[in-house]
Design a protein around this ligand. Structure first.
Ligand code: AMP
Ligand code: FES
Ligand code: ZN
Ligand code: ZN
Length: 324
């Protein structure tokens, strides 16, 4: 197996590109793919203030590292969800990476700040753990990005993640979600701009990137996620990809090129009638936002109203309940 660029010994084969790479040219390939996603979807500029949500896993650490190497200035945001050892260890990985490059990492600890953890809180609120977890993360990502004056919030969703979510949304024809399943969601109505610069890289490639660059990451998946539908969709797509390399890429990018626009109107319908949450000030279509309702039901303390998010919430349509 030889590197397509230098003909030296290759360390990885990427079947959907019909290419093999040595370590050096693999890193360049990852950088090229990320740069291409940033440019193609106008994600951000060098002058932008960027915040990356870091879980301590391979994807978010890889994208933090890639963006820094590409010359962007990027802070990190870690959300502690109180999922036992899993959360403790993931924080250690996020902190260790930040330390090696002297980076700023914002930490928000849900149990000590809001008085509930995901395992117990989701039970008390009668929600599936991953749904309470996803809702909390999205709310806190938005809040910290707006509060810190960041131009854009980056997440480490990769091609496998996006193809699996698209697969689930298509299977169930969640048309309101399909219209919003884009690599860029513009800032609006008090929500920050959100982008996914890893959409051109597969999970296996972000893992290989971390290994080659010597970045330690938490390998374990979230223990609460075991057996969830998303993992089932990922496994199904992996089988399809093995039989037809490139299937995930053409499924996801074909959707963006040829189908997403047809769902755009529906996606905006449930964004109407937006106001500020009576408790925390976040934009919401209800009296109290979904996060504050979760905190109440989970038996925790409601956040103080900061007014930060309330500044621009009188504009009408917004997003609610995005799947990721
Ligand atoms: P997941 O929903 O676990 O697949 O994670 C998707 C992306 O969300 C990751 O790549 C991170 O960018 C972000 N993320 C997940 N968990 C956390 C966390 N605890 N703190 C900060 N960001 C996170
Ligand atoms: Fe956080 Fe499942 S509980 S991802
Ligand atoms: Zn090479
Ligand atoms: Zn609220």
């Amino acid at each position: 197996m030889k590197c397509v660029t230098c003909r030296g010994p290759a360390i990885i084969d990427i079947r959907r590109h019909n290419s093999n790479f040595c370590a050096e040219h693999f890193i360049e390939q990852c950088q090229r793919q990320v740069r291409k996603a940033i440019d193609e979807f106008s994600m951000f500029e060098k002058s932008d203030k960027i915040l990356v949500a870091v879980s301590g896993g391979k994807d978010s650490l890889a994208i933090w590292d890639l963006l820094l190497d590409l010359g962007y200035s990027v802070d990190g945001l870690y959300i502690g969800l109180g999922i036992g050892d899993y959360s403790d260890t993931s924080l250690e990985y996020a902190r260790a990476y930040a330390k090696t490059r002297s980076l700023h990492l914002i930490e928000v600890d849900v149990p000590s700040t809001f008085g509930f953890d995901i395992p117990n809180g989701s039970r008390a609120a009668k929600r599936v753990p991953c749904s309470a977890c996803g809702l909390s993360k999205r709310h806190l990502f938005d809040e910290e990005a707006v509060k810190g004056g960041y131009d854009v919030l980056v997440t480490g969703h990769n091609l496998d993640d996006e193809a699996a979510v698209l697969f689930g949304n298509t299977l169930h024809w969640h048309t309101e979600y399909l219209g919003r399943q884009l690599p860029v969601l513009p800032a609006r109505d008090g929500f920050p701009k959100k982008v996914k610069p890893l959409v051109r890289l597969a999970e296996r490639e972000t893992a290989a990137y971390c290994i080659v660059k010597g970045i330690d990451y938490l390998i374990d998946e979230c223990p609460m996620a075991a057996g969830n539908k998303h993992l089932g969709y990922k496994n199904a797509l992996n089988e399809i990809e093995t039989a037809s390399p490139g299937a995930k890429h053409s499924f996801y990018f074909g959707f963006l090129d040829r189908a997403a626009e047809f769902f755009a109107t529906e996606a905006s319908i449930d964004r109407e009638g937006l106001g500020a949450c009576a408790s925390c000030g976040a934009p919401t279509t209800s009296e109290t936002c979904a996060f504050c309702r979760l905190v109440q039901r989970a038996g925790g303390q409601l956040p103080e109203r900061t007014g930060v998010n309330a500044v621009s919430v009188d504009l009408g349509p917004t997003r609610s309940g995005v799947v990721q």
